[in-house]
Design a protein around this ligand. Sequence first.
Ligand SMILES: [Zn+2]
Length: 287
Amino acid sequence: MAGATNSPVAPANLLSGIIVANLLREIGIGFITTSAELLNAMSSKRLFQSVAEQIATLIDEGAYPPGTRLPGERELAEKLGVSRVTIREAEIALQAIGRLEIKTGSGVYVSENPPAMGQAMPPASAFEVTEARLLIESETAALAAHNIDEAGIEKLEGLVEAMRSGSEEEANEADEMFHLTIAEASNNAAMVHTVKSLWQMREQIPEVKRTYAAVCIHDTQSRTEEHKAVFDAIKARDPAGARAAMREHFHRLIDAMLDATERQAMEEVQQKASASRERFAAATRIS
Ligand SMILES: [Zn+2]
């Protein structure tokens, strides 16, 4: 929708592609080596997700053809060296993305019609999706600051206002439109497609959706302020400022996710501790 204001479209896009590739490389390396936090976040990918990836790979390699029944939980648990609970979680995750069908009383089957390539969701964690958004969307915002037209600026302004004053649902919708409008304003169709795919991962991978929902509820105000900062920089046509503000937006989100993950881990530890306390307390009463 947005056009480059004073340069021919094709050369601008070609140039922006090269700039983006270079920036991503630089920022990717700089960012990862300087952020121990993010490395921790990445390794906190949950076990069932990597087991789901292993099962998906076995299916892709033809070990379990479409329509056939997957081996039982016990057999898969032994084969992959994990618990049956983890296998069950992995199967549920693969069912959610259309790779498996769980038929009650009959077993787990490999989908005959898996989602077409390009529509299938990867078994990515919320941290991985957010990391990808941070890297891609901060550069998209920088490009948008360079290329956006007046109509795009007006649209973004309305969306920031909708986030401030709208209901939770309206704010969520405005959030999505805000990020997509920036992608469109980057004037790069590859960027638009990538940002849309990342949003689909956020909405369609159950684990990612849950994590985002847990985090967003607590942060309406910071969310509005962060989007306003991105908007202000884009409006001022300040690519460096827009990039920094968008990174800050996702950094805050990753921090909030780390807090939520920590809380969840603490709860799990407490539950385990009280279960074993009960168990051993019962043993002392055996006469
Ligand atoms: Zn946002």
